[in-house]
Design a protein around this ligand. Structure first.
Ligand SMILES: Cc1cc2nc3c(=O)[nH]c(=O)nc-3n(C[C@H](O)[C@H](O)[C@H](O)COP(=O)(O)OP(=O)(O)OC[C@H]3O[C@@H](n4cnc5c(N)ncnc54)[C@H](O)[C@@H]3O)c2cc1C
Length: 326
């Protein structure tokens, strides 16, 4: 029987939504592949009660609440996950496609002699370890299949699909504290919080992004207000970043970040192919642009032709009224 392990990423003790979506998606894959067993691992102190209402399916979640794991450390995390993987005789390891997983999944693939595919979008139950992911700036989906000789595989999932399998029974198991201090310290991490409580664009479920059409740094105040109202993050096109209106950390696209929010607002963004490369796995795309022929409308689910400075304040008022009724 296949045994899957899911890494559940915590920040400040909160398990990230992208990891919860990954867990739920792996439950679906397990169902498709016929009764695979799913386990999870959380590194560092975390509030596991939050998971009881958000995760689905059956399985065991191991929690290593060691204080030394509170902040990400590549060497410590690799050892913990590799030990859990081997101890449970697993065949596949799944991550949400985040900056953290991209950093330590390659090290794990060496430790476990496993194939590694990152940024996976689609799976085929008949192709264990393989997946499809975007190539050439998102213009094509290409299918990758690991070598037959590599029987263990690691996949990081870039997904907006948070559909759940049926609710089952999850056991939570606290792991014994252990000492990681004999591990060579290969990385030291500084955590820089840009805006307290604001998610990173790479992990946000809602992104309100702006481009040159916002007219200046001041124009982004409206986007910050909308993002705050919806619990989302502000993103930017490269033009807005090059102008110095927003930091590079917010840039979305080929030379910025790849994002997969459930809801993406593109405000005053033309929709150049290099920008679209970053939003290929976004859920619903809403575009606001003064030019009805802007290419962004070709990929948008909803389009508003109009001036952002007129449309956005109205949209803000509508959302405020709507949220008051909730
Ligand atoms: C190698 C390479 C890598 C690149 N990487 C990236 C990347 O990672 N990310 C990225 O975004 N770009 C990237 N680019 C740049 C990309 O080609 C575009 O130049 C850029 O995305 C355009 O940004 P923009 O849409 O904000 O600006 P513009 O193309 O100037 O578009 C501005 C839009 O705003 C609209 N507008 C103007 N005023 C208003 C208003 N008042 N209300 C509503 N709409 C208005 C206009 O109609 C227009 O559609 C890259 C380019 C290259 C060559």
């Amino acid at each position: 029987m296949n045994k899957f392990l899911v890494f559940l990423e915590q920040r400040d003790g909160i398990v990230q939504q992208t990891s919860i979506d990954t867990w739920n998606r792996v439950q679906k894959i397990a169902e498709l592949q016929g009764a695979a067993v799913v386990s999870g691992i959380i590194a560092g102190p975390a509030d596991i009660r939050q998971l009881e209402s958000t995760i689905t399916g059956d399985g065991v979640i191991y929690h290593a609440a060691d204080e030394s794991l509170r902040l990400y450390n590549q060497a410590y995390y690799t050892r913990l996950v590799a030990d859990t993987f081997k101890g449970n005789d697993c065949s596949a390891l799944f991550f949400a496609d985040t900056a953290m997983s991209r950093d330590f999944a390659p090290r794990l693939s060496v430790a476990l002699q496993a194939s590694l595919l990152t940024g996976c979008m689609k799976f085929d139950a008949d192709m264990p370890g393989g997946c499809s992911r975007p190539v050439y700036s998102g213009s094509l989906l290409s299918t990758f299949i690991p070598k037959r000789s590599l029987r263990i595989y690691i996949l990081s999932l870039s997904t907006t699909d948070s559909s759940c399998s049926s609710r089952g029974h999850i056991d939570f198991m606290e792991l014994e504290p252990q000492s990681f201090t004999d591990e060579p310290l290969v990385s030291s991490v500084n955590r820089i919080v840009m805006h307290e409580g604001t998610p990173d664009v790479a992990e946000a479920a809602v992104i309100v992004a702006g481009g040159r059409g916002m007219g200046g740094a001041q124009g982004f105040v409206l986007l910050e207000q909308l993002a705050q109202l919806l619990g989302g993050a502000v993103g930017a096109s490269r033009s807005a970043v090059d102008e110095g209106w927003r930091p590079h950390a917010e840039q979305i696209g080929q030379t910025g970040k790849t994002v997969s929010p459930a809801l993406y607002f593109a405000c005053g963004i033309s929709g150049a192919v290099q920008h679209l490369a970053g939003i290929g796995s976004a859920g619903t795309v809403v575009a606001i642009n003064i030019d009805r022929h802007a290419p962004i409308f070709d990929v948008a689910d909803y389009g508003i032709v109009g001036d952002v400075h007129i449309v956005l304040p109205k949209l803000l008022d509508l959302f405020k009224d709507f949220l008051k009724t909730k």
